[in-house]
Design a protein around this ligand. Structure first.
Ligand code: NAI
Ligand code: MG
Length: 358
């Protein structure tokens, strides 16, 4: 198996954690006989913007579309380029143009990671949030009337298409079907939002007929957020519309750990276009350049990429490597956000060598 990976470190700590992600991917691919080819790109960064006045070159789409995946760090450097330009000019272009209609975030309690959840330990909480990433509440259909008067009115529509809803539900049901608990929770609000949300529920019901093994339940989004905190062990796979999924996919990882360890995937499951794997965190200007950023979010994103390639054993190996190093509690290796005095590279190196020595 040969896979070509476009590497885009971006800004700030993106440039520090991406090499560690790559180090671990190299170790695990060597061990499992996977052939990964990495190609570096300097665009989608403030440096590129300063030199060219844009975040991306004109031919970015053709440069990237042939890759099997994009391994992304973080973008944003507010001193040089306003955040809405850096984000809309790069990451959001990738997500939209490459039809990455799934945003996937694991929520899993790792050993040695401080979590605000009380009474739960590693192994107790382990679920995925599947967010619809292209339509729903985030449409640009709407407008403003009578601006500046007392009659001022603003409207913004939610768009749900059968294709758009069904494809995210199918992905979520497939994922649930593949997991030991085979449990899918759907986020809804059909008591208050009386057209689109009942439609979502109806499509869930129809899709569920194809997956008789999957237990299915649904919660209104308000009580669902409460249950993420109060009963996180209830969940296995949680599927949600764009807005609800946006909220849940920040809340879930926040419940299960520090931002430095959280990974994410923006997936085009059809494989028509490359999928993108990136840590949840941003470029962290406050700690950039110090070599103390936690590389685990980036490394775990690499594991999700391996999963996407069907390399589930190699992916599990990375996760076990991360957990093993975290469990050791060795303060000379762990980064400061984990209570240690180690560095980005000491932690990345420890994970890579743990994988190779197992
Ligand atoms: P941020 O995630 O960069 O940082 C938030 C806080 O978490 C900071 O105190 C930072 O030091 C800490 N932190 C983040 N990652 C860490 C790690 N790996 N290890 C240890 N500590 C870590 O979010 P912020 O400060 O709101 O945004 C900074 C820039 O990043 C902005 O330009 C923003 O637009 C961009 N950003 C980009 C994202 C992306 O590329 N997907 C996502 C979020 C923000
Ligand atoms: Mg968000």
């Amino acid at each position: 198996l040969q896979k070509a990976i476009a590497v885009i470190p971006g800004d700030g700590i993106g440039q520090e954690v991406v090499p560690e992600g790559r180090r671990v991917l190299q170790a695990v691919s060597q061990k499992h006989g996977i052939d990964l080819e990495f190609v570096d790109f300097d665009f989608a960064s403030a440096d590129y913007y300063q030199a060219h006045g844009t975040m991306l070159p004109e031919d970015w789409f053709d440069s990237l579309r042939g890759f099997d995946a994009i391994f992304f760090g973080a973008v944003g450097w507010p001193d040089v380029v306003p955040d809405h330009i850096s984000l809309w000019g790069s990451l959001l272009q990738f997500r939209r143009s490459f039809d990455q209609y799934i945003n996937l975030r694991p929520c899993r309690l790792l050993p040695g990671v401080k979590s605000p959840l009380v009474g739960y330990g590693p192994g107790d909480v382990d679920f995925y949030v599947v967010r619809e990433n292209t339509e729903g509440e985030y449409s640009s259909i709407g407008g403003k009337m009578f601006e500046g008067t007392d009659r001022e009115i603003v409207v913004q529509e939610t768009v749900m298409t059968r294709t758009g809803v069904d494809r995210v539900l199918k992905f979520a049901f497939e994922l649930a079907d593949s997991r030991p608990n085979q449990h899918l929770t759907s986020a809804t609000k059909s008591n208050g939002i009386s057209i689109t949300m009942p439609y979502w529920d109806e499509r869930v019901k129809i899709m569920s007929e194809n997956y008789p093994e999957v237990r299915q339940d649904q919660f209104h989004i308000d009580i669902l957020t409460a249950n993420f905190v109060l009963k996180p062990n209830h969940f296995d796979v949680v599927v949600a519309s764009n807005l609800f999924g946006d909220i849940l996919s920040d809340l879930g990882p926040a419940c299960t750990g520090t931002i430095g360890v959280a990974p994410s995937a923006n997936i085009n499951p059809d494989g028509t276009f490359p999928s993108l794997f990136e840590p949840v965190h941003g470029s962290a200007p406050d700690i950039a350049g110090q070599g103390i950023a936690n590389p685990i979010g980036q490394i775990w994103s690499g594991a999700m990429m391996l999963d996407h390639f069907g390399e589930t054993e190699a992916s599990a190996d990375v996760l076990e490597g991360i957990e093993s190093v975290l469990s050791s509690g060795d303060a000379s290796i762990l980064t400061p956000d984990l209570g240690g005095r180690g560095s980005t590279s000491s932690l990345g190196e420890a994970i890579a060598s743990t994988i190779l020595s197992r």
